[in-house]
Ligand binder design. Structure first.
Ligand SMILES: *Cc1c(COP(=O)(O)O)cnc(C)c1O
Length: 445
C-alpha cells in the first residue's frame, strides 16, 4: 500500500457511525424521499450510505468528513474538464455579478446555441432547456408533430430521462408494446412506446413496418446500462431503416455529446440524426439541456411553429456562461487525445488486474467512457449486462471506496474520465483495484 493510498480516508473509519455524512443522511431521510434528490445517489444498489460532498477539485471529490477520493462519477458526465476548472468558475462568477436571471434574451444564449450548432453536424438550430429529461420531452413532441405519428421506438437499457413515455420496459412474452417501468406512468402512454434490443435491427425493421412510428430514439453509445458499444452496423442501420419508413432518428447525446468527439456521436460514427438531445456537458455542471436538428424540423417549435415548449429559466445566464466556457475548452478537440489515452490505460489495466487474479470481467471502453462488468464475457445489450454480478460489484465498490476511489454506486453506470485526471490517478486506481480484487478472490466472492 503506497503512502498516498493511506491519505484519503483518514481517521474516520474508526468512527464511521457518527460521521458527519451519516448524521446528515439521517436528517435528509426525514426531509427528502430516500434522503436524496436523484435515486442512484442513495447507494441502494451497493449498500451503505451516501457520502455528502463538501467540495470538488480537479479529479478529486472531498466529503464533509474530510476524506478525499479520486472521482470517476464526474457528476454523472458533465465534468469533462474536471471539477472546479478555473475558466468555467471565472465565467460563472462573472455572470453572477450581472444578476442571476432576467427571463429575457441574452447574448450568452446565442453564443451557446452557436457553439452547439457549429460543433455538431446536422444541427442547424437548438432550443435550450434545463435538463436532459426536458430535452428528450421536447424532441419527442417535435418528432410526433413533424411526422404526424404517435409511436416511438426505444431500446431496452437506454435511459432518456424520466418523462412518462420513456419510463417503460419491454412487455412480457409476445407483446411488443411497452409496460410502465414506474408507478404512475399511464398504461396508455407506455403503449405508444415500443421497446427493442440494443444492437438488434431485425425487430426495429419489423416494428417500423407494422406501426406508424414517429421516431427511433437511441443512446448512440448506451451509457446507462454500464457502457455498451454499438456494433459497426447498428447506428447506420437505424439511419437506413428510419429513412425507409419515414421515421425520424433521434440521437440522445446527453452523455455522448461533446464526450466522444467535439461533434458527439454523429461525428464519431459518421451517422447523421434528425434530432439530437444534449445535456450534462453543455452546462459545465449547471442544469442545462438542449434539443436541436435540421431547420425545417426545429422551426416547428413555438413561437416560430405550433409545438409548444417553454421554460422560465431556460437559457439562464449563469448556466449558459458555464456551458460556453466548457465548450470553448473542448472546441479545438485537443483534449480528446488525452482523455482517450487515460481511459484506455485504465480500461486495459482493469482488464489485466481481473484476468491475472482469475476474476471474470468484461471491460468496455470508448473514448473517455468505460465500465467493468463482473462475471460476464460479452455486453451487446441489456439482456447480456443484466447477467453481471451486482453483488460482486457492490463489494468491489465498497472496497474501492475504502481505498479512496469514488465509483458510481451501481454496476450499470459508466466511469467518466476527465481532463483533470492524471497518469498518477490512473496508476493509483489500478494499484488499489489490484489490491481489492486480490482480497475479493482470497475472501471468496
Ligand atoms: C442523464 C441522461 C438523461 C437525463 O438528463 P437529466 O438532466 O438527468 O434529466 C437523458 N438521456 C441520457 C442519455 C442521459 O444520460
Amino acid at each position: 500500500m503506497s503512502a498516498t493510498m493511506q491519505s484519503g480516508r483518514a481517521a474516520v473509519s474508526s468512527n464511521r457511525d457518527t460521521s458527519a455524512s451519516q448524521q446528515l443522511f439521517a436528517r435528509a431521510q426525514m426531509l427528502i424521499p430516500g434522503g436524496v434528490n436523484s435515486p442512484v445517489r442513495a447507494f441502494k444498489a451497493v449498500g451503505g450510505q451516501p457520502l455528502f460532498i463538501a467540495r470538488a477539485d480537479g479529479s478529486k471529490v472531498f466529503d464533509i468528513d474530510g476524506n478525499s477520493y479520486i472521482d470517476y462519477v464526474g457528476s454523472w458526465g458533465p465534468m469533462i474538464m474536471g471539477h472546479n476548472h478555473p475558466a468555467i468558475r471565472e465565467a460563472v462568477v462573472k455572470a453572477a455579478e450581472r444578476g442571476l436571471s432576467y427571463g429575457a434574451p441574452t447574448a450568452a444564449e446565442v453564443r451557446l446555441a452557436e457553439l452547439i450548432c457549429s460543433m455538431n453536424p446536422n444541427v442547424d438550430m437548438v432550443r435550450l432547456v434545463n435538463s436532459g429529461t426536458e430535452a428528450v420531452m421536447g424532441a419527442l413532441r417535435l418528432a410526433r408533430a413533424f411526422t404526424g405519428r404517435q409511436k416511438i421506438i426505444k431500446f431496452a437499457g437506454c435511459y432518456h430521462g424520466h418523462t412518462d413515455s420513456m419510463l417503460v420496459k419491454a412487455g412480457s412474452g409476445a407483446m411488443t408494446m411497452a409496460e410502465p417501468d414506474s408507478l404512475g406512468v399511464p398504461i396508455a402512454v407506455a403503449q405508444d412506446t415500443l421497446v427493442c434490443r440494443f444492437n438488434n435491427l431485425d425487430k426495429v425493421s419489423e416494428l417500423l413496418a407494422q406501426n406508424d412510428v414517429a421516431c427511433v430514439i437511441v443512446e448512440p453509445v448506451a451509457a446507462n446500462m454500464g457502457v455498451v458499444l454499438p456494433t459497426v452496423d447498428f447506428l447506420a442501420g437505424l439511419r437506413t431503416l428510419c429513412d425507409q419508413y419515414g421515421a425520424l432518428l433521434v440521437f440522445d447525446e446527453v452523455i455522448t455529446g461533446f464526450r466522444l468527439a467535439p461533434g458527439g456521436a454523429q461525428q464519431y460514427f459518421n451517422v447523421s440524426a434528425d434530432l439530437v438531445t444534449y445535456g450534462k456537458i453543455i452546462g459545465g455542471g449547471m442544469p442545462v439541456g438542449a434539443y436541436g436538428g435540421r431547420k425545417e424540423i426545429m422551426q416547428l417549435v413555438s413561437p416560430s411553429g405550433g409545438v409548444y415548449q417553454a421554460g422560465t429559466l431556460s437559457g439562464n445566464p449563469i448556466a449558459t456562461a458555464a456551458g460556453i466556457a466548457q465548450l470553448e475548452l473542448l472546441q479545438d478537440g485537443a483534449v480528446y487525445l488525452q482523455l482517450k489515452s487515460l481511459a484506455g490505460r485504465l480500461a486495459e489495466g482493469l482488464s489485466t488486474v481481473c484476468r491475472e487474479a482469475g476474476l471474470v470481467a468484461h471491460v468496455t471502453n470508448i473514448e473517455s467512457l468505460l465500465c467493468a462488468f463482473f462475471s460476464i464475457e460479452s455486453a451487446q445489450d441489456y439482456d447480456d449486462v443484466r447477467q453481471a454480478d451486482t453483488s460482486l460489484y457492490a463489494k468491489y465498490f465498497s472496497m474501492m471506496l475504502e481505498q479512496s476511489v469514488y465509483l458510481a454506486p451501481s454496476q450499470f453506470e459508466a466511469m467518466f474520465i476527465s481532463a483533470a485526471h492524471t497518469d498518477d490517478d490512473i496508476d493509483q486506481t489500478l494499484e488499489r483495484a489490484e489490491l481489492v480484487v486480490s482480497r475479493i478472490m482470497k475472501e471468496g466472492k
